[in-house]
Design a protein around this ligand. Structure first.
Ligand SMILES: Nc1ncnc2c1ncn2[C@@H]1O[C@H](COP(=O)(O)OP(=O)(O)OP(=O)(O)O)[C@@H](O)[C@H]1O
Length: 239
């Protein structure tokens, strides 16, 4: 069964069509990577899936239910979680408190269950050693981990990661990939926008290419990255 299905989704900002007749489906439990040049409309697509933006035309279904017009908060309750390209935690709260805020707003459960879930996520994302440290003092890798942990705190079935590996060293990237793989192994469906291709292809089973708001390919990573047109779009990037 598809956990997410977009049919003919379009979105324009004024005259600029940023999402152009996009259709694709993501089977439950799959990890899908999204690539495309700067400005191709990748983050906009995430905003449409999460409900931060509303599609002009087309439909978006989550677990078989049409959510095209459903507000972001309700999509979050239904199981759509996301990280943002630029982590913006509450800097003056601790790491644990940041998770509590996300969990208390994103989960429909009692205080004890929320605290237990946050403790589990601290372990899973390797943030336990800094649980009581203010977010302001975290390294970039830890901020990225916290960004992912805050999304996990809402108990997503579908996790959207927006350029989570950007700016990390190779060693940091490897560490983050391990965490993403462990989240995926627990059955969470993942859609991951990323420019760091080696990180992306070490996790995802399928790749989708966006260019000028259009899907120009979707399929196995090797097959997609060997296509001439995709290589041309990525001219200068080491595939
Ligand atoms: N709220 C908005 N109002 C007007 N234009 C917007 C808005 N959001 C995005 N855009 C424009 O839409 C286009 C696509 O932006 P988007 O952020 O979705 O691209 P992207 O593929 O995620 O890019 P990047 O890889 O640089 O993050 C860009 O030209 C951007 O300037």
């Amino acid at each position: 069964m598809s956990i997410l299905e977009l049919k003919n989704v379009s979105k324009a900002f004024g005259q600029l069509k940023v999402t152009d007749d996009v259709s694709f489906a993501v089977p439950e439990g799959q990890a899908l990577g999204i690539i495309g040049p700067n400005g191709a409309g990748k983050s906009t697509l995430f905003n449409l899936i999460t409900g931060n933006l509303t599609a002009d035309t087309g439909t978006i279904a989550f677990e078989g239910t049409d959510v095209t017009k459903v507000p972001a908060m309700q999509r979050c309750f239904a199981g759509v979680g996301r990280s943002f390209q630029i982590p913006q935690p509450f800097d003056n709260l601790t790491v644990f408190e940041n998770l509590l805020v996300a969990a208390m707003h994103g989960r429909n459960t009692n205080q004890a269950a929320v605290e237990q879930a946050c403790a589990d996520i601290l372990l899973q994302t390797e943030l336990m050693p800094v649980a009581n440290a203010p977010a302001s003092g975290l390294s970039l890798l830890q901020r990225k981990r916290l960004e992912m942990a805050r999304a996990l705190a809402t108990d997503p079935k579908l996790l959207l990661l927006d350029e989570i590996a950007g700016g990390l060293t190779d060693a940091e990237c490897v560490a983050l990939i391990d965490t993403i793989k462990s989240i995926h192994a627990r059955g969470v469906t993942i859609i991951w926008i990323e420019h760091v291709l080696h990180a992306l292809t070490s996790v995802v089973e399928r790749l989708l290419v966006l260019d000028f708001g259009k899907v120009i390919g979707i399929g196995a990573p090797d097959e997609i990255l060997n296509r001439q047109d995709v290589r041309e779009i990525y001219l200068g990037i080491d595939v």
